[in-house]
Each structure stands twice: as structure tokens, then as C-alpha cells.
Design a protein. Structure first.
Length: 126
């Protein structure tokens, strides 16, 4: 897992929410079942479920799940906390620093070293 992949987490979550919550509306013509067969408009509402949308939802869900599994699988408690707070919860680095009681620079430097370490030691990855 790279920092670039982690940085996509927020965008993935936003896109998934958009795809799964956008309501599509349309109006069609209909008539009553019995006489007099009067024509009247009928509104239809629902979620778009075409193949392209379903494929995108599946791909984004898989990517989000991979990032979640990576963060959840970390044994390094500090890195896990920092990644969870910043990437998954979307907190700014200043807020993360305030909540962890460490400086912004210390947290960023720790993660920089953490990513350098996992690039040379693949056993940290899940």
C-alpha cells in the first residue's frame, strides 16, 4: 500500500456515496386499469443500476476495502492511529496532532519513516 493509494480513500468514499445515493427521476405516461382509460403522468424514482454504474461501485468498494484491510491489519499502533484519523476519518493534520498530543511534524515524519520501512520490508503488508 502506498501513500498515493491511501490519499485516494476520501475520493473513493465520496464517489461511492454519490453512486449509491443519487436518485434518478423520470416521468412516464400511464392510464387507469378501468374505464375511462384516462392518460396521466406517473413519476418514477430510483437508483441508477446500469452495468457501468454497478461495475464502478464494485471496483470502488473493492479499493476502499483494500485500504481498510491494510489499515486494520497494521501492527504498528501509532501508524494505524495516524492513518485512520487522517485518511479514513478525514481529519486535518493539525487536528490529528492535537488529538495525539504530538506535533504535526512528528506525526508526518513518523509516517514518512513508516512508509520507507514497509517499502523495504514487505512482511508488514497484509
Amino acid at each position: 500500500m502506498t501513500r498515493e493509494e491511501l490519499e485516494k480513500y476520501h475520493d473513493i468514499a465520496v464517489r461511492l456515496k454519490l453512486l449509491t445515493s443519487t436518485i434518478v427521476t423520470d416521468t412516464v405516461a400511464g392510464s387507469s386499469d378501468e374505464y375511462p382509460f384516462t392518460n396521466h403522468p406517473i413519476s418514477i424514482r430510483g437508483l441508477p443500476r446500469d452495468d457501468k454504474t454497478l461495475r464502478e461501485i464494485k471496483l470502488l468498494t473493492q479499493q476502499k476495502s483494500e485500504i481498510d484491510n491494510f489499515i486494520d491489519g497494521l501492527e504498528d499502533v501509532r501508524a494505524k492511529t495516524l492513518l485512520d484519523m487522517h485518511y479514513r476519518k478525514g481529519k486535518r493534520w493539525a487536528s490529528v496532532a492535537h488529538e495525539t498530543g504530538r506535533s504535526l511534524e512528528a506525526n508526518k515524519k513518523y509516517l514518512q519513516r513508516f512508509f520507507e520501512c514497509i517499502q523495504t520490508s514487505p512482511r508488514v503488508l497484509i
